[in-house]
Design a protein around this ligand. Structure first.
Ligand code: SF4
Length: 412
């Protein structure tokens, strides 16, 4: 099989992994004439999309889509009737270099089905990264999937060459994983996440310690994971609780949420339909509320529903359930309270705090702060604005924010 055919199969097989963003690594370049490639910290370098709109950044491929495991939700599972292919280490290295030189990509995202054993598979993955870094002085971004059961020495080696490592937790609950991916073991996954955290902490400590020796390198962009949404009956509350636990326990950089895509010849244990993509989007919004807006996992979702609203964003939904906390005086409120106002982003809050030191915020300032007026005004007091009495108590307030019903077409 030629490399182009392998690439078609193995890039397609990799598209279901959503954890492809590449932020937060160290800055590297090759302007000194040595090496190849660069990274730009803080800049997303995902720039390729699958037909369903999912980001498939970088050169995102599997080493092989043959797999000993039989995870029901996976198109590459052992029992799946799909064409199989396998790259050699050399082929992936060469493709990465060729694509980089042609300006197609800025890095590599490499995963693999499990062949022979966890150690053998991990060895092959690590060898690609080693050759790129040591033999070709490749300085672009490398994200490697980590096989949870692989030997500790291999994981250390992976961290030496990769910018980011990730292990997919797959589904939020242990019993679902046991039913959908019987060969996978949630304890092994969590144990390896714990080992990664330890190595990341050690590397961080060594970087800040006053020593002349170069600190050991270990995945400067940290670790991440992915959860499939909608393959099992887990509620959004369960998903967010799991994410909060993962962020807290393993200091993950990101949890990615990937809406389940029905696959050919799938098991009856799986739903026939994909969940609405908006559910994935709402989970990302809720995730941001936890990481950057001071919300706890337990307060974002209406406890009686267990699911995020698909119609309105989670912060607005929270504000509508907690009207007793509004209207909030923007010229006096704390940063923590301002972050909870619908339509107020983090940058806007910082600019409000800087501006109000010398002048009061008025309604005409909202446009300059990129704050959507309609969303924010019912919840705030400004020097020239106070919401009409009873508006906050009105049952019709929530209706204002719901998307307008649309007339369905007749299909001709
Ligand atoms: S281990 Fe499971 S999820 Fe990973 S490639 Fe194999 S079947 Fe797919």
């Amino acid at each position: 099989m030629d490399v182009q055919r392998k690439l078609a199969i193995l890039a397609d097989a990799a598209k279901y992994d959503a954890s492809c963003a590449s932020s937060g690594t160290e800055k590297r370049d090759s302007r000194d004439g040595k090496g190849l490639g660069s990274t730009a910290p803080g800049m997303g370098i995902c720039h390729s999309y699958a037909p369903d709109g999912r980001c498939i950044s970088l050169l995102k491929v599997l080493l092989t889509n043959a797999c000993n495991y039989d995870c029901l939700y996976c198109v590459n599972r052992a029992s799946s009737n799909v064409p199989r292919a396998r790259f050699t280490v050399d082929e992936v290295v060469q493709l990465t270099l060729d694509f980089y030189r042609r300006n197609y990509i800025e890095g590599l995202f490499l995963s693999s089905g499990i062949i022979r054993s966890a150690d053998y598979t991990m060895e092959q993955i690590v060898e690609v990264a080693r050759r790129l870094r040591e033999e070709h002085h490749f300085r672009g971004y490398i994200h490697l999937k980590t096989i949870p059961e692989a030997d500790d020495a291999l994981i250390s080696k992976a961290g030496r060459y990769a910018d980011r490592l990730s292990i997919n937790i797959e589904v939020p609950e242990e019993q679902s994983l046991a039913a959908l991916a019987p060969e996978k073991n949630v304890r092994a996954i969590r144990r390896t996440m714990g080992r990664l955290r330890l190595k990341l902490d050690e590397a961080k400590e060594a970087r800040t310690a006053p020593s002349r020796a170069k600190p050991p390198r270990f995945a400067p962009a940290g670790q991440s994971t992915q959860m499939i949404v909608g393959a099992d009956a887990a509620t959004d509350q369960t998903i967010l609780d799991t994410s909060a636990n993962l962020y807290g326990s393993y200091n993950l950089k990101r949890v990615y949420y990937s809406a389940f895509s029905p696959i050919p010849d799938s098991s009856r244990a799986l739903p026939l339909q994909a969940p609405p993509l908006i559910r994935e989007h709402r989970l990302y919004q809720a995730d941001w509320l936890m990481r950057f807006y001071g919300f706890d996992a337990g307060e974002i979702i209406d406890p009686s529903a267990g699911m995020l609203s698909l119609e309105i964003d989670p912060k607005l939904a929270w504000a509508l359930r907690h009207r007793e906390r509004f209207p909030l005086d923007v010229n006096r409120a704390s940063r923590e309270d301002l972050l909870r106002v619908p339509g107020f982003g983090r940058k806007a809050v910082e600019r409000i705090i800087a501006t109000r030191r010398h002048s009061a915020i008025r309604s005409m300032d909202l446009a300059r702060l990129h704050i959507p007026r309609n969303k924010a005004l019912p919840f705030i007091v400004l020097s020239d604005h106070r919401p009409t009495p009873h508006l906050l108590d009105s049952a019709r307030l929530a209706e204002r924010f719901r998307p307008k019903a649309q007339q369905l077409g007749f299909g001709f």
